[in-house]
Design a protein around this ligand. Structure first.
Ligand code: NDP
Ligand code: HSE
Length: 444
């Protein structure tokens, strides 16, 4: 079947869109495979053949599966070659990738990248270079792998007012927390198991300490709230301190623990708006849609004034799923080049300030072992009251001369909640602060 474009030329008669790919590892090898296997389909969708003209890797000799004439270890030279129209970057990290992509954009080459670390720090500079030369910058794969999420935020919801983006954006930590919840095992042994099964990377720091999710939160907050938010603006806590006791406490209350990225538009009493972006473990009710997301899957929940609540779910990582998002971007760039037009530019017009974590309204779940005698509850309640924190629920269970006390608060500034917990920990009647965790997904 031949497909004829509106201007009369069939896609295969058009000059090809020439692609330089940087990196050919987990994601890049799948992009290369799909570009070859689906060449005819992609040409029909893009309006012209999409042709790989160069692949930069660190060690070309380690890639006998790739055509030798395409391989180079000189990415800097490849990105500015005259026969390159689009650069697909699948190396990762900030330097030297940043300089390659700036050189490509400055030379008018459009860029498709999956690099969340780079975008979370330097998207403003990259967008400025793209604007100056008229090139496109697409990065769907940078957040939540295969899940179409950034295009809905950048395009489909561009006419709406987004108030909240909250989700599971890191598969490794979700796998670990799901396994801890299912087995009752501790963090360290579950991480070992995740590494053995190949879910966690050799150096899992970026995942378990929340850096990966914080980069993604910065990208989501920037797009959702039309403001520049970088990874440094995101409050970040990882899962290394989540204990089997936290999971057990959550289970007792019909909750589970997830590492969430939470980006919110916060309106102060005087009507001024700001952005809050944070990544930390939270307890959510088991009935919440995000609680059912287990293993290495991702899911993101978006709330907008007119659209209401939206849920995006799917594979957040892996070679083929991530390649799907990369190829979608590549087709978009190719269509723009064939038919004219540009992809969305940076939208940072709202320029909302970032609210410090201490001023961000959160709710706490505090589990304590306390002395079981008259006046103890009053002392604990007094500590909350002294910091202006309102208590939503209290539950007590007795065991010999110790009582297990669980307090769940209403919304309060995070700093006030933190100070309350610090004060409670010093009370003579408190034997141990067993678990402290923020709560999401319930009535306030
Ligand atoms: P890999 O580590 O599997 O591959 C990296 C590739 O980059 C390798 O081919 C490597 O070459 C090449 N490379 C490294 N340094 C250089 C250099 N100096 N010059 C040229 N090439 C170089 O990474 P992934 O495929 O996993 O990730 C790529 C990007 O996609 C990252 O930004 C990552 O965050 C993002 N991403 C990854 C996901 C995943 O599931 N893996 C999911 C979503 C996003 P060589 O092969 O010779 O070592
Ligand atoms: N390390 C990331 C994760 C890969 O575990 O989700 C996808 O960005």
């Amino acid at each position: 079947m031949s497909t004829v474009s509106p201007k009369g030329l069939s896609p295969t008669d058009r000059a090809p869109i020439r692609v330089a790919m940087l990196g050919c590892g987990t994601v890049g090898s799948e992009v290369a495979r799909l570009l070859t296997e689906q060449a005819t389909e992609l040409a029909a969708r893009a309006g012209a053949p999409v042709e790989l003209v160069g692949i930069a890797v660190r060690r070309p000799d380690k890639h006998p599966e790739l055509p030798a004439e395409l391989l180079t270890d000189d990415a800097a030279a490849l990105v500015v070659r005259d026969d390159v129209d689009v650069v697909v970057e699948l190396v990762g990290g900030i330097d030297p990738v940043r300089s390659w992509l700036l050189a490509a954009l400055n030379a008018g080459k459009s860029v498709v990248t999956a690099n969340k670390a780079l975008l979370a720090e330097h998207s403003a500079e990259l967008f400025e270079a793209a604007d100056a030369s008229g090139a496109d910058l697409y990065f769907e794969a940078a957040v939540a792998g295969a899940i179409p999420l950034l295009r809905p935020l950048r395009e489909s919801l561009a006419g709406d007012r987004i108030t909240r983006v909250m989700g599971i954006v890191n598969g490794t930590t979700n796998y670990i927390l799901s396994a801890m919840d299912a087995t009752g095992a501790g963090y360290a042994e579950t991480l070992d198991e995740a590494s053995r099964l190949g879910y966690a990377e050799a150096d899992p720091t970026a995942d378990v300490d929340g850096y990966d999710a914080a980069s993604k939160a910065a990208i989501l907050a920037s797009l959702a709230f039309h403001s520049r938010v970088t990874a440094k603006d995101v409050h970040r806590e990882g899962i290394a301190d989540v204990t089997a006791s936290d999971l057990a406490a959550a289970r007792t209350l019909g909750r589970t623990v997830k590492l969430l990225a939470i980006c919110e538009r916060v309106t102060a009493d005087d009507g001024t708006e700001s952005v809050s972006a944070r990544v930390h473990p939270v307890m959510i009710p088991r009935s919440h849609q995000l609680a059912g997301v287990s293993g290495a899957f991702n899911a993101v929940y978006v709330e907008a004034d007119a659209a209401g609540e939206l849920m995006f779910y799917g594979q957040g990582a892996g070679g083929a799923p991530t390649a799907s998002a990369v190829l979608g971007d590549l087709v978009a760039v190719a269509r723009n080049q064939v038919h004219g037009g540009r992809g969305p530019r940076e939208s940072a017009h709202a320029a909302l300030p970032v609210r410090p974590m201490g001023q961000t309204p959160t709710r706490y779940h505090v589990s304590l072992d306390v002395a079981d005698r008259a006046g103890v509850l009053a002392q604990v309640a007094q500590a909350f009251a002294a910091h202006g924190v309102s208590i939503a629920a209290v539950r007590q269970r007795d065991a010999n001369d110790t009582a297990s006390l669980v307090v769940v608060t209403h919304l309060a500034p995070d700093a006030a909640l933190q100070s309350t917990v610090d004060e409670i920990a010093k009370l003579d009647v408190v034997h141990e602060v067993v678990s402290v965790m923020r709560v999401e997904g319930e009535d306030q």
